[in-house]
Ligand binder design. Structure first.
Ligand SMILES: [Ca+2]
Ligand SMILES: [Ca+2]
Ligand SMILES: [Ca+2]
Ligand SMILES: [Ca+2]
Length: 544
């Protein structure tokens, strides 16, 4: 039996802090523009309807809570499967799973009308995997996954619990999770865990999205990693957690009664961040179900789209900038804060195809690479734009039924070398085919690139399968224009840029020629355009 982590302080301390914080109703803030930005997707009428989410729980959820019921009925269920019967109040871990469920699926109630979860119209199925004495076995988890995925058709699995042990992707639990994610094509949202120097088991799987926790300082601005959120990499060196999500000041459903609430505290508990990831995945899947294209709902695509659209300018635990322009992945914040609306914009921009010229600013792809094959995407971009691109694929875990004396499935890691895609970006308009970017990392099953482009033209993004295996992959990309007038590209328009105007005044064919009329010289028209952008910043990359 492994030790179970619920990643929080003792309930008494939490309750005291909740009382001090008062009725913040800040589940609303955590889903607003400076949180997960799920509200912007809700405003489009996308609320998780028709999507079933599974929750791997230590106890059952108080699904009779008023926030889970409205005129359309109860939508949170405890799965028939249970390791030891229906019980949400007993044992040493009361409350945890009801708090998590509320962040996903609360519909608000009298006095808490703004207390809406990330995916309020999903159906949430909770499956308990921990027995009354706190024990957990692979067979409990396996039964739960089969109940959630195969019986209840869950397309997202949220796991807010974590286990100790070697979190290098090799445990029975991690292999099992990757098997189900890949073979059932399900999005797995994992907590990075708390109070350790690396992600815990479940947060170490290959085929999911591991989540760090952000706290809101100041209130409702989720800009800093919480102190107890586990940083990466995994102990085998992989870039996890991939993203960070709001995990504090969320007023959510509580266990005490059908009308009691609890507010998460500002400590970085990843249990209360990972439900944001799962809820956002459900929103994207609801959208994908409305389109005729069948490939936009694959877990590789949803993962690539979410990770590609993150907001990178997050402070670390000490309040220092994480330097988003010089590194895409950071050990504490991952690739950045989730942004449901920007992920939606990428998914809804449509599919791009290998071998054809792409003129859109954002989009995604889903494709299959056979052994040693390459795919090339041609993306037209302007100089000074940032190219942000993510490619993701699954580890291929297999299983075999072991009869007597075992009577269980045995899971096997993919044979080495595991499938790998290497990415090279070239600028072919130059006679030398300038290599803009290249990587040979064979450890991670996801690559995210975020680079500043020096030249205007068509860029060739070549994906090379370095193995003899065949595998599907998801790709997402976005071009981010620079601010008008930000000539030195420090993501703010200020006196440094003004001096460039002065230096190039009445000169032709120079950087400060914002509006290329009047023989391409820098004159009052350019200055007017410049003044209109004075002191603007791009807060995704700006570092004071
Ligand atoms: Ca679709
Ligand atoms: Ca690679
Ligand atoms: Ca500037
Ligand atoms: Ca001009």
């Amino acid at each position: 039996m492994r030790r179970l982590y619920l990643n929080r302080y003792c309930p008494i301390i939490l309750l005291l802090l909740a009382v001090i914080c008062g009725n913040v109703y800040a589940l609303q803030g955590s889903t607003a523009a400076d949180g997960s930005n799920a509200q912007a997707v809700h405003e489009l009428g996308i609320t998780g309807a028709g999507i079933n989410i599974g929750l791997i729980s230590a106890r059952n959820v108080r699904n009779t809570h008023e926030a889970f019921d409205d005129s359309s009925g109860v939508h949170v269920f405890n799965s028939d499967y249970s390791a030891s019967g229906v019980d949400y109040t007993g044992g040493s871990v009361p409350g945890h799973d009801t708090w998590v469920a509320g962040i996903i699926a609360s519909r608000g109630w009298t006095g808490y009308l703004n207390n809406i979860g990330v995916s309020p119209d999903c159906n949430l199925y909770s499956a308990r995997v921990v027995n009354d004495s706190g024990g957990i076995l692979p067979s409990y988890v396996e039964d739960a996954l089969e109940a959630l995925i195969d019986t209840n058709n869950c397309k997202v699995i949220v796991t807010a619990i974590a286990l100790d042990g070697d979190a290098d992707g090799s445990s029975d639990y991690s292999l099992m999770y990757d098997y189900f994610a890949n073979t059932r094509d399900v999005v797995f949202a994992l907590a990075s865990g708390n109070n350790s120097s690396n992600p815990h088991i479940f947060g170490d799987i290959y085929n999911g999205i591991t989540t760090a926790a952000l706290i809101d300082e100041p209130n409702d601005f989720y800009l800093r990693v919480g102190s107890i959120s586990n940083p990466g990499p995994t102990i085998d060196g992989r870039n996890k957690p991939e993203i960070s999500c709001p995990g504090s000041s969320q007023t959510t459903t509580s266990i005490g009664s059908n009308t009691s609430y609890y507010t998460t505290v500002k400590d970085g508990a990843t249990s209360f961040a990972v439900p944001q990831t799962g809820g956002v995945a459900a929103l994207l899947l609801e959208y994908a179900n409305q389109t005729t294209d069948l490939s936009d709902s694959h877990n590789e695509v949803i993962k690539a789209v979410i990770i590609n659209s993150t907001f990178p300018n997050i402070l670390d635990k000490s309040g220092n900038f994480t330097d988003p322009t010089n590194q895409t992945w950071h050990s504490q914040r991952g690739y950045g804060r989730i942004d449901a609306y920007r992920a939606y914009l990428t998914l809804s921009a449509g599919k791009v195809t290998a071998g054809t010229s792409v003129n859109s600013m954002t989009g995604w792809a889903y494709n299959t690479l056979s052994g040693s094959q390459t795919h090339t995407y041609f993306i037209n971009a302007q100089r000074r734009e940032r190219l942000v691109l993510t490619v993701s694929w699954n580890r291929d875990v297999t299983r075999e039924w072991k009869s007597k004396p075992w009577l269980y499935w045995k899971y096997y890691d993919e044979e080495t070398p595991r499938f790998n895609i290497d990415i090279t970006i070239t600028y072919p308009s130059d006679p030398c085919d300038i290599i803009v970017y290249s990587e040979t990392d064979a450890l991670n099953n996801l690559t995210k690139i975020d680079i500043l482009l020096d030249l205007t033209g068509e860029y060739e993004i070549t994906l090379t399968n370095t193995t003899t295996k065949t595998r599907d992959y998801g790709l997402a990309f976005e071009l981010l224009p620079s601010l008008i007038g930000d000539f030195n590209i420090d993501y703010t328009v200020d006196e440094c840029d003004l001096s460039r105007i002065a230096l190039e005044w009445l000169t032709a064919g120079v950087e400060a020629d914002i509006i290329p009329d009047d023989n391409h010289i820098v004159n009052w028209r350019d200055f007017t355009a410049f003044a209109d952008n004075w002191l603007k910043i791009d807060n995704r990359y700006f570092t004071p």
